[in-house]
Design a protein around this ligand. Structure first.
Ligand code: GLN
Length: 448
């Protein structure tokens, strides 16, 4: 059934980089046999799902949508993939992304351009655009994405689906090909809030293979409390989020969401986040600095693309990297290397780290009084294919509402908030305190 649905839409949407019909069938048969034997099956028993192609899958290509890893077949599974198999989920394919997860439109994939199922002329967002489009086109009810600065939440918003960026340390990043290690998190993207909570139950938890994984008491399921009333729940609405730059139709949906929350018994109050204007610059410094270091491993020797043009070891590295990486990845490596270079380190990287601390403190203060922060996900609606490809800065500016969350390690959920007059989906964002995912699911579920 799943593959039939994919056949119908995939020609136009192009969400998948590879499909795994055979292994999926084998898995499905195994689960049927388990059932026939009367054995207990897992929380995802028989659920077809897709995985972003920067998450390692044993024996199945994992390309990061880059020429660099075009032929890379990991010898191991990421912890999240392992957990999905243990929960009897059926992995049916790997989804498209911006090259190495750098971007906001999935257009920097070197293999194909994914389209937004709501309007095929528009982008699905990014970098987890393939996962968002796969769920929106109803080919799978669940797809995994990764979020370094908004890459789960923004495509979820553009495609009218639910996506959560969990607290830093909640989900193991073992087997996620690193972009910016202090910011990266894996999370589920689904059609509705309940499915999202179920999926997070499966993938969350301590993993000794990830040194940033936190030992948190995960007693109970994220689905508990979904039905609880919002009476007395306090939600903050930062005034800075509604200043210039925010699309009028998105602001309208935001205002509607405030009204809905109030009618559900929540208290919504305006607050100020004065440092939010500088978060974006700090994010691009820090994420690029970390990327330049993480991507140093692709040297043409150990992994990935190796050039034919080599006379000596230096040529081998230079040409392998020049040929293997695309433009956006090179831009980030250059920016990051510059920011970390001696003489410039204090002026750029260190300054960005100081801003990061301020932003973190700013949120801590808000969470002393409030349960969640409400805001938009993106300042603009899904844009047309190609519209921002020649203007990287315009693309970066779209991340203004999402990056501070990663820099603070906080959880945030993106959920469908409504539609524009032209019928494009608009997402809303709820940000919670560290490891308070349950609260986010509760509010999101009540808004659904
Ligand atoms: N759009 C942001 C960037 O390009 C976020 C990417 C991400 O979260 N992976 O860096």
């Amino acid at each position: 059934e799943t593959f039939k649905r994919i056949e119908k839409t995939e020609d136009q949407v192009k969400a998948y980089l590879c499909l795994q019909k055979e292994t999926a069938m084998e898995q499905a048969i195994k689960i049927d046999e388990k059932r026939a034997r009367g054995e207990k099956t897992g929380a995802l028993a028989g659920v077809p799902l897709a995985v972003k192609d920067n998450i390692c899958t044993e024996g199945i290509p994992t390309t990061c949508a880059s020429k660099m890893l075009e032929n890379f077949i990991p010898p191991y599974n990421a912890t999240v993939v392992q957990k999905i198999y243990e929960a009897d989920g059926i992995m049916i394919g790997k989804t498209n992304l911006d090259e190495f997860a750098m971007g906001s439109s999935t257009e920097s994939s070197v293999f194909q351009t994914t389209r937004n199922p709501w309007d095929l002329d528009r982008v699905p967002g990014g970098s987890s655009g393939g996962s968002a489009a796969a769920v929106a086109a109803e080919t799978v009810p669940l797809a995994l994405g990764s979020d370094t600065g908004g890459s789960i939440r923004q495509p979820a918003a553009f495609c009218g689906v639910v996506g959560i960026k969990p607290s830093y340390g909640l989900v193991s990043r073992y087997g996620l090909i690193a972009f910016a290690s202090s910011l990266d998190q894996i999370g589920p993207m689904t059609k509705n809030v309940e499915d999202c909570a179920i999926a997070l139950d499966v993938i969350a938890g301590f993993d000794q293979k990830d040194s940033t994984s936190r030992k948190i008491d995960l007693a109970g399921s994220y689905t508990e409390g979904l039905h609880q009333s919002l009476k007395g729940v306090k939600v903050a609405l930062p005034v800075e989020y509604q200043q210039e730059g925010l699309d009028k139709e998105i602001n309208k949906v935001l205002e509607n969401t405030v009204r809905e929350l109030t009618s559900l018994g929540a208290v919504v109050e305006k607050v100020s986040l004065p440092h939010s204007s500088v978060g974006l610059s700090a994010y691009y410094m820090i994420s690029s600095a970390e990327a330049s270091s993480n991507l140093a491993r692709f040297d043409g020797i150990r992994y990935g693309h190796r050039t034919d043009r080599m006379e000596n070891i230096e040529d081998l590295m230079v040409y392998s990297r020049s040929e293997g990486f695309g433009q956006e990845v090179k831009r980030r490596i250059m920016l990051g290397t510059y920011a970390l270079s001696s003489g410039y380190y204090d002026a750029y990287y260190q300054k960005a780290q100081k801003i990061r601390c301020k932003i973190r403190e700013q949120y801590s203060r808000i969470f002393e009084k409030y349960d969640a922060v409400l805001g938009p996900v993106s300042p603009y609606l899904p844009f047309r294919q190609g519209e921002k490809m020649d203007d990287p800065l315009a693309m970066y500016l779209g991340d203004v509402y999402t990056v501070d969350v990663n820099m603070s390690g906080l959880p945030a959920i993106s959920l469908p908030g409504g539609f524009t007059e032209a019928g494009l989906p608009v997402g809303m964002q709820l940000i919670g305190n560290h490891f308070e995912e349950k609260r986010l699911f509760q509010i999101a579920y009540q808004l659904e």
